[in-house]
Design a protein around this ligand. Structure first.
Ligand SMILES: Nc1nc2c(ncn2[C@@H]2O[C@H](COP(=O)(O)OP(=O)(O)OP(=O)(O)O)[C@@H](O)[C@H]2O)c(=O)[nH]1
Ligand SMILES: [Mg+2]
Length: 394
């Protein structure tokens, strides 16, 4: 029988008195040889270990996702997100099999500074859409998420009611990597969700840095959520973001904040006069909403539907989708060639010397580039480059 000793913790408050009842036990003998084995012998023997999931074939993935099986959809997304080169070609085959079922959802991007109310809006808006009979998938693009695993993960609790609904599917941002890598995974995840029958896709991204431009390039309708106080200093919102938006939503238009929100809306309307609209044939306006009081959300949906109708009739909707597809292809080529070049040992070997020569003024930047490109051999670089596009044979 192990013996326990009680002691006061090191962090006991300075003014320790009888009200402080905390003490620390010495722990259980032998706990170090296995983390939990001493507590539950069944765990030690492996008898209670969860069985590893049977790998699914490409056909099983395609069938499961097509039938809207959430478990299989989650596993297919995990396959897409995997950085294991051996998973890459399988994921691409799954995607290929599902392509005919994609493209039918309405894709809506939502951006705004931290705290603007994106997640709260998605929760309220998503619930409303589910009540209306839609099936809603919520994704996030957050390239910083290698560290935090994305704010949307915490959001699963913030999106408490939405995450438990069978008509809704919430997936956090793929972790880490370059924005290009995160973007590819999010785009492909969006396609999988469409194939699984979700007809509205909401993509959240924080409106700082480059990720909002990336999300704009994968959605049909893009909304910017802002707060009051717009006239003062634009809350750090770059004018560039306003140029991407099809609607500006002044959120938190409730309680004492309502009048301020009305003023902010008018300020944004004035600013929009001078901004080129994001979508041809559509005039971007500012609207009031309260995600907490659930006001303005029905109107927002009406606006999105009106946008869909106007742009579909004019052909702009279809043209944007086509342009987005090609832009996706081009951006992946850019990134791939960039990696091949900057990871090539021959290029890397010559780089310091050439850079020094540029800094000394012995050769011009143009000459330097010509020389580096000259020694770069794409065949050689491709052969040694092990990455997602060139998976090692298993
Ligand atoms: N009064 C009021 N508060 C709101 C409203 N919408 C959101 N909030 C509050 O604002 C805070 C931030 O809301 P979030 O939805 O987490 O904001 P976010 O934009 O998703 O923030 P990040 O994920 O950190 O970028 C929370 O405390 C919400 O309760 C609203 O319409 N009215
Ligand atoms: Mg959020």
């Amino acid at each position: 029988m192990p013996s326990y000793t009680n002691s006061k913790p090191e962090w006991a408050p300075d003014k320790d008195d009888s009200n402080f009842a905390c003490s620390v036990m010495s722990g259980i003998d032998g706990i170090k040889d296995t983390t939990v084995g001493n507590l539950n012998p069944m765990l030690k023997t492996g008898a209670m270990k969860p069985k590893p999931k049977k790998p699914l074939s490409v056909e099983e993935f395609v069938k499961g996702v097509s039938e809207g099986n959430r478990g299989i959809l989650s596993r297919a997304i995990t396959l897409i997100e995997s950085n294991n080169p051996n998973h890459f070609s399988k994921a691409q085959q799954v995607l290929q099999g599902l392509l005919p079922r994609t493209g039918k959802a309405l894709r809506v991007g939502i951006t705004g500074v931290p705290g603007a109310g994106k997640s709260t809006t998605i929760e309220a808006f998503g619930n409303m859409l589910c009540d209306m009979g839609h099936r809603v998938a919520v994704l996030a693009v957050d390239p910083t998420s290698s560290v935090t695993r994305g704010s949307i993960l915490g959001d699963k609790t913030r999106m408490g009611t939405l995450s438990t609904r069978p008509e809704a599917f919430i997936r956090p941002s793929p972790a880490g990597g370059t924005l290009g890598g995160v973007a590819r995974k999010s785009r492909e995840t969006m396609l999988l969700c469409e194939a699984a029958g979700y007809d509205v896709i909401l993509v959240e991204t924080v409106g700082v840095g480059q990720s909002e431009t990336t999300v704009r390039s994968m959605v049909d309708f893009f909304m910017l959520i802002v707060l009051t106080g717009a006239g003062d200093e634009l809350q750090g919102i770059k004018k560039g973001i306003m140029e991407l938006a099809d609607a500006i939503v002044v959120n938190k238009a409730d309680g004492d904040n309502y009048l301020k929100a009305k003023v902010a809306r008018a300020d944004y309307e004035r600013m929009l006069e001078y901004i080129r609209p994001a979508t041809e044939g559509w005039k971007t306006h500012a609207y009031l909403a309260s995600a907490v009081k659930k006001t303005g959300l029905k109107e927002l949906w009406d606006i999105i539907r009106a946008f869909q109708k106007v742009t579909t009739d004019s052909g702009a909707f279809h043209r944007r989708r086509e342009a987005q597809l090609l832009e996706w292809v081009h951006s992946m080529i850019d990134e791939h060639l960039h990696n091949l070049f900057f990871d090539d040992p021959v290029v890397l070997g010559r780089m310091p010397e050439i850079e020094e020569a540029v800094l000394k003024g012995t050769i011009s930047p143009t000459q330097a580039v010509a020389e580096l490109i000259h020694i770069f051999d794409i065949q050689r670089a491709t052969e040694r480059h092990v990455d997602l596009f060139h998976p090692k044979k298993a």
